[in-house]
Design a protein around this ligand. Sequence first.
Ligand SMILES: Nc1ncnc2c1ncn2[C@@H]1O[C@H](COP(=O)(O)OP(=O)(O)OP(=O)(O)O)[C@@H](O)[C@H]1O
Ligand SMILES: [Mg+2]
Length: 658
Amino acid sequence: MAKMPAAKAPKAPQVRATAESMATKQKEIAVSEFFAKNRHLLGFDNPRKALLTTVKEAVDNSLDACEEAGILPTLHVTIEALNGSAKVKPVPAQAKSKGLKLGEPLLIDDDPEAEPASAGGSDERPNLTNATRFKITVRDNGPGIVKQQIPNVFGRLLYGSKFHRLRMSRGQQGIGISAAGMYGLLTTGQPVQIVSKTGPRTKAHRFELAIDTLKNRPEITVDEQLDEWHAPAADVKEGQEKVRQGTSVTITLEGKFQRGRASVDEYLEQTAIANPHAEVIYTAPDGEVRIFPREVEEVPDTPDEIKPHPYGVELGVLMRMLKETEHKHLSEFLQKSFSRVTASVAGEICKAANKLGAATVTAQSWCSTIDHAQVEALHAAIQQTKIQNPPTDCLVPIGPQQILKGLLKELKAEFYTAETREPTVYRGNPFQIEVGIAFGGDLPKDEGAKVIRFANRVPLLYQPSACSITKAVIGTNWRNYGMSQPRNGIPEGPLVIFVHMASVWVPFTSESKEAVADYDEIRKEIGLALKECGRKLNTYIRRKQRVAREHQRRDVFEKYIGEVVAACEKMTTVDPKKLYEQLQTVARSRTVTADMQLDDEGNFIKPAARAGKLDGDANVVVIEREDNVDDQEVLVPGKSTGSSAKPDAGLFEEHEAA
Ligand SMILES: Nc1ncnc2c1ncn2[C@@H]1O[C@H](COP(=O)(O)OP(=O)(O)OP(=O)(O)O)[C@@H](O)[C@H]1O
Ligand SMILES: [Mg+2]
């Protein structure tokens, strides 16, 4: 008989929590502890993305700082692999001035004068697949950071100069670079290294610091003044050994280096398109140096700071503002705290609030006496009152000409156009949409169009499907513009679509600032800009198709001229050479469009006069590239792409001989 299993010992009664026992565990959560646990919220979900996010945060800060100070940015981005079999030689300074073209790798092994990077370095090519630890340095020529603020800026989360103001800038949260430093510390234990110099005559300061995640405060390990700040040998151009001013940030972290989609390379390429005024010298961990040259010698205008618009204020925020305000009377508070509120608008808001049940509210009410019901009535009254849109001249768009320069610099296409919409408003925040299109040329033909998204000139490389920009591209009917497009998909063909949203507050879907939230107003504006560019693209494509069709007609015509001549020769005494020439003249006059060329604005070049839809459009550029006509055939909907017929040379020779 099978043995019965031994009876289980009775479970000890569970001790349940009480309010008191729970109270012993309830305590404040430090913001840095929260983000250390939830690092994915800030873009540090995996090693590859962490490496990109770190470069991005430092580069964005450098560009912001340079522009704010009116300095043309020159950035050195250097990534070194610290493990794997990486043995990377530094790039010799003189190699930089060889006038490298964009994207051309500089193979430093070819340089006999290059010194090994570290003791024991060898000629071995770096094996980056095994490398897990990297050192990222971003150095700029910006205004620098004053000594007292360096520990706060890099050693405290939610500390910055941009969060409390409504102004167009890349950074807005005060969390980016300190989060990158914290990630580096968590994964490698290495502190952040900072060197900063605020002017040619001031001394540089060097700090090494870590974030105390429990206190959200910096722990400084090195704090020293440098008599002179020497740039790394690899970065030095002739006569510029000493750094005049700027900031250098070095973060050591666990990461993964890979090229391709959503890589540092792609981020910098797209940054170069939207920031043609910046020069970036990028040294990858495998030793490749890419120089993104400056294309525009002008610093963008400094955007103005604005006050929030009343339409965008939330009830809780209004309550807090009323509590904290230093203004005594309601009317004064409304006028001074918000944009577009005059004394009469403030009066109307109060009147509307009265009707909504806050009978005692007047323009002269004391802010400190407004109770909850009255704030609610005020909040509702604001939405009902007609208030002028916020000022929109606070935005600094890239502009169609600069977008075209950026696209021309980075993409070998054949047709380019760009459009900047007038500014408008979502939730009380001014914003402005810009779109650029590059088409044809060397762009890949058999893939979906590439959509490159930007917010305040920063490329957005992740979460495309959550982004309003992608939704607007999908929502546009590209078949109207000569492109094929699958249902609910992006168009297909040799097309790059550039979309930029400029705003005093970009509504990102998360703190990692990867996708623009899908507000109707934003999607609609993007759609309108896409349509405008799409129409120009369509005009160009149709014209090219006409030329291609006429070419084919003529080819067919010419193919048979020889045979017609041979037949006529048998019947009559006609001179075959003359007849051939006459028939060819007829063929050419009937297919005259085949000889038409498109100028650099996509218009037919007519001998007498130029006229057409794209005529005089400064926002269109056409670059003549080889095989354009053949390329074009691929784009004619429903048409076979067989090779065009050639005139029959054999017959021609026969008749000529005759
Ligand atoms: N290279 C730099 N030059 C000058 N100031 C800088 C530099 N890097 C950072 N700062 C200052 O440090 C602050 C904090 O930077 P951080 O990246 O943490 O936040 P942010 O740029 O304000 O916002 P976000 O979190 O959206 O990036 C910035 O607001 C800026 O004032
Ligand atoms: Mg930042």
